[in-house]
Structures are given as structure tokens and as C-alpha cells.
Ligand binder design. Structure first.
Ligand code: ADP
Ligand code: MG
Length: 415
């Protein structure tokens, strides 16, 4: 551990009254905009209360039962910066508290306060850095990862809680135990129950007030942005991470629902299948709309904007010429062509899986003839099906985490 971090941890141990009787800081494991996270050892004699079936996965419990000496209990201490408003801190702690009871969501063990400082105590989860495995995870591994992620979303969404920041660093996954745990409810919010759907016009989001006129005619995009724009401004929660925002977030729809997390999960799946991280790399929301348009098509994005009463135009020729295609179809046909030509790129999902099967002696014939290649292709087709459910531009049409878990891609777990 670098000296600066040791000094930083020492300072916390010394200044945060009562902390050093309970926990010993070991290392800094994360640093974000709103918090710093440390790995720590629980020192209390009764630290065993921190362990429970709900908290630690069963391999961990077995390991502890087998151990002859009293095993150490590790926790993650999330120190929330004093610059966060009390309301914000309360929101995160309260949601964590509401979400205890699932092994796929990190539960709040306790919260410590000294003066204006707050520390949330969570079980420590061993996990791998996403950057270390997203290139190599075979399709079966992708299946496990996504299954864990959708299970955690199913639980969170059953409480009508929107996580709002689904991305790899907030989902702690261990590729060896194949366990995943969702963390970081710093931006999460309860889905607003005041949405009045019956007021909405059929096919439109309730964010269009019935008295608002719906834009049907597109302005000439070459004229540029209107000088005296008399349309009312739009305000909506846009919290989240660029590249993972659902279209309705980009369109500033104030009636966002749990579906925005399903979109972000789709972006993670796309990242894993394409072996590109980050897949979307926009600097701002306009850039993000350009990225989505170049993949899903201008007409499709315009229709999606209209659902929220918005018009969408561009003078980028590269976007006006985009033809409609399915993202899954695109990746799949690329892999298929390579597979047929026997020139699969060495970093593709298909190549990894083929190689692994070969090494295990599971491929007896030329790959193209083998039944297992069929299975491999089948898994890919099923993964693209999952992706297409996540990437519905209209949130009304997007499947829930629960529905997605019932798709054929996850059949292995559902039997
Ligand atoms: P932030 O709001 O600053 O993003 P997070 O809750 O996402 O805070 O935590 C930041 C990082 O700390 C995570 O990406 C992860 O690497 C690590 N971390 C957080 N909670 C745990 C935990 N319970 N066990 C292990 N590592 C954790
Ligand atoms: Mg985070």
C-alpha cells in the first residue's frame, strides 16, 4: 500500500472517533465523485454478527466453517464525502436498508457517524476488475455475468427502486465463483408513483402534457437552432454515466422508470459481446444521441423522441443515411462470416469459446461441422435476443429484468 494511502487511512482512524475500536483500515479500493471506499478488518469480538447466509455467498460460509483459526472478517467502508447533502446521504443509506435481504445486493451492515462524517459499512466482496476479464469471458461466462446482473435488477426493481448507474464498476463480479453483487445506490431513487398514465395520449409518454402540442412537422435542420426558442424548458434527472444512459434519459423525460437500468444492462452485454469497453464513448448527451442514431437509425430515434413530444434533426450526412439494422444481427453476421472463413479474430467471443472447447477436446471434427459450434452459435443468437429486449428505444416496449430472465439465453438456470 503506497505511503500516501497509509497516511490517509491513519488520519481517518485518528480523527473519526470510535472507528478504530471497530475496524482497521487495510487498503483503499475505490474512489469516486461522492465517496472513497476502503477495505477494512472488523475487530469487534462479536463481529460474527456481520456474517449471515444473506450476506456472504455459501462458498465463503463453507470456508469459514472449515477454517481452524478464527477467520478474519472483512468489510468495505464507504466514506461519503461531506460535500454530499444530508438528504443525499440519507437517500443512499435508506435505500440500502430497504434493499437488504438479497445476496445480489450489498447490504448495509451499519452506518457510522462522527460530526459531519458518514461511513457506510458493507460486507467486502472479492471481485475482479471488469477490464481484466471483458476481453476473455467466454459466452458461458457472459451468460453467468448477465444472469447475476438481471437477478439483482429483478430484486431492486421489485421494490420499484431505480439504480440509475448500472455499469461495470458498480457490479462486483467474481468470474471464478460466478457471483455478482450490485453496489453503489448513491444515485438510486424510488420510482415516482405519481405518474398519471390515464392522462397520457395513447402511444405517448405522460411527460407530454395533454395541453402541449405535439411536434409533427420537422423544421428544416439546415436553418439551425431557432434564435427565439419559446418552447418550455425540460428538466429531468439525468444522473448516471455517459454511454449507459437510456434514450428517455437523453430526451430528459421526467417520468423515468426502472426500465432505464435494463437499457444500461444491455450496454454491458454489448460491451462483453463486442469486446469493446467502453462501447459508447460520448462526451455529452448530444454526442450520445449521435451514437445511438448511427446504430439504431435516424427514423427510429425520431420516433423515439416523438414519444416524449420532441423533434430530432441532424445535418450530419452520415446520420441521415443510416439504414435500419439490428445490432445483434450486425455482430452475429460478423462472427458468422469470420467463422466460415476460419478467420475469427483472436479477441472475439467466438474465438475464445472455440479455443476453450478445443483445448478440452470437445471439438472432434472441423469446427463448422460440429454440433457444439451449433450450440455456440445458438448461445450467441440468444444473447442478441436479450440485447434486443434491452435496446427497445421506447421504454414502454422494453422488457423487465424478470421477463428477460425467462428468455432462452438463461434456460440453463431455469430448468
Ligand atoms: P462511488 O459512489 O464512489 O462510485 P461505489 O459504491 O461504487 O462508490 O464504490 C466504489 C468502488 O469501491 C467500487 O467500484 C468497487 O471497486 C469498490 N467497492 C465498493 N463496495 C465494495 C464492496 N462491498 N466490496 C468490495 N469492493 C467494493
Ligand atoms: Mg460507483
Amino acid at each position: 500500500v503506497p505511503i500516501e494511502i497509509l497516511e490517509e487511512m491513519n488520519k481517518i482512524q485518528e480523527t473519526f472517533q470510535g472507528l478504530d475500536q471497530k475496524y482497521r483500515l487495510i487498503d483503499k479500493i475505490g474512489e469516486g465523485t461522492f465517496s472513497t471506499v476502503y477495505k477494512a478488518e472488523a475487530l469487534m469480538d462479536d463481529a460474527n454478527y456481520l456474517i449471515g447466509e444473506k450476506i456472504y455467498s455459501s462458498p465463503e460460509i463453507k470456508r469459514r466453517k472449515k477454517a481452524k483459526t478464527k477467520p478474519k472478517i472483512y468489510v468495505a467502508l464507504k466514506r461519503i464525502y461531506v460535500t454530499s447533502s444530508p438528504q443525499r446521504i440519507f437517500n443512499e443509506l435508506n435505500l440500502l436498508y430497504m434493499l437488504s435481504g438479497s445476496k445480489r445486493v450489498a447490504p448495509l451492515l451499519e452506518a457510522l457517524r462522527f460530526q459531519d462524517q458518514i461511513i457506510a459499512v458493507l460486507p467486502y466482496y472479492h471481485h475482479a476488475d471488469f477490464r481484466e476479464f471483458f476481453r476473455d469471458l467466454p459466452i458461458q461466462g457472459i451468460k453467468h455475468y448477465m444472469y447475476e446482473l438481471f437477478q439483482s435488477l429483478k430484486f431492486v426493481h421489485s421494490k420499484r427502486i431505480i439504480h440509475r448507474d448500472i455499469k461495470p464498476t458498480n457490479f462486483l463480479y467474481d468470474p471464478f465463483t460466478k457471483r455478482g453483487v450490485l453496489v453503489d445506490f448513491g444515485l438510486a431513487e424510488q420510482e415516482s408513483i405519481s405518474i398519471v398514465y390515464d392522462k397520457a395520449q395513447a402511444g405517448y409518454c405522460p411527460c407530454i402534457h395533454p395541453s402541449n402540442k405535439i411536434i409533427t412537422k420537422h423544421e428544416d435542420p439546415l436553418k439551425g437552432y431557432p434564435k427565439n426558442d419559446d418552447r418550455p424548458g425540460r428538466r429531468a434527472n439525468r444522473a448516471g454515466t455517459r454511454g449507459f444512459r437510456a434514450p428517455e434519459v437523453l430526451f430528459k423525460c421526467p417520468y423515468q422508470r426502472v426500465d432505464i437500468d435494463v437499457w444500461s444492462a444491455g450496454v454491458i452485454l454489448l460491451t462483453l459481446l463486442s469486446r469493446r469497453f467502453p462501447f459508447f464513448n460520448s462526451r455529452d448527451d448530444t454526442d450520445a444521441l449521435v451514437e445511438l442514431t448511427s446504430i439504431f437509425g435516424l427514423k427510429e430515434l425520431q420516433e423515439a423522441a416523438l414519444i416524449h413530444g420532441l423533434g430530432l434533426d441532424t445535418n450530419l450526412m452520415t446520420l441521415t443515411n443510416v439504414k435500419k439494422h439490428s445490432l445483434g444481427g450486425l455482430i452475429h453476421s460478423a462472427i458468422k462470416v469470420e467463422d466460415e472463413k476460419n478467420t475469427l479474430p483472436k479477441d472475439s467471443v467466438a474465438y475464445d469459446t472455440l479455443k476453450a472447447m478445443n483445448e478440452r477436446g470437445e471439438i472432434k471434427h472441423k469446427p463448422q461441422d460440429d454440433h457444439e459450434i451449433y450450440i455456440l452459435k445458438k448461445a450467441h443468437i440468444e444473447a442478441f435476443e436479450v440485447m434486443s429486449h434491452c435496446f427497445k428505444l421506447n421504454p414502454e416496449e422494453r422488457s423487465s429484468a424478470n421477463q428477460i430472465l425467462k428468455l432462452p439465453f438463461f434456460d440453463d438456470f431455469n430448468q
